[in-house]
Design a protein around this ligand. Structure first.
Ligand code: SF4
Length: 118
């Protein structure tokens, strides 16, 4: 189950699509990967607070995050503006993607491939 604490730490501050009371079934792959990294003790919960949103990092790590995270996300095909073929500059990824880009930039994590996640 996606704990409320993960949504408070990842979705609420970083995700422009987050809605209060959002259910676990609505969790994107980005949040699922972040949760698995914490539960597997590959990162600490404290490391999720790495600073403000940084658009340059979204682009810098896009190739890797697309293959390792977004290509396994149920929202990618129809609901994710950031990964849409109609992408334009103002569009933002989910909070999980944003946190993962910060972790990668700060060398805090080597992402597991999704098939290794619980
Ligand atoms: S950026 Fe979009 S496709 Fe990628 S994990 Fe987040 S919601 Fe899913």
């Amino acid at each position: 189950m996606i704990k409320e604490a993960f949504m408070d730490t990842v979705c609420r501050p970083y995700c422009m699509f987050y809605k209060q009371g959002q259910k676990e079934e609505m969790a994107c792959q980005g949040l699922r990967v972040v949760k698995a990294l914490v539960e597997n003790r590959q990162i600490s919960e404290e490391s999720l607070r790495m600073g403000p949103k940084d658009r340059q990092l979204w682009a810098k790590h896009r190739k890797y995050l697309t293959v390792s995270v977004c290509d396994h996300c149920s929202f990618q095909a129809e609901d994710c503006d950031f990964q849409s073929p109609l992408f334009s500059e103002g569009m933002e990824p989910c909070g999980g993607y944003i946190v993962l880009s910060l972790l990668l930039e700060n060398n805090r994590v080597d992402l597991p491939m999704p098939e290794t996640l619980p």
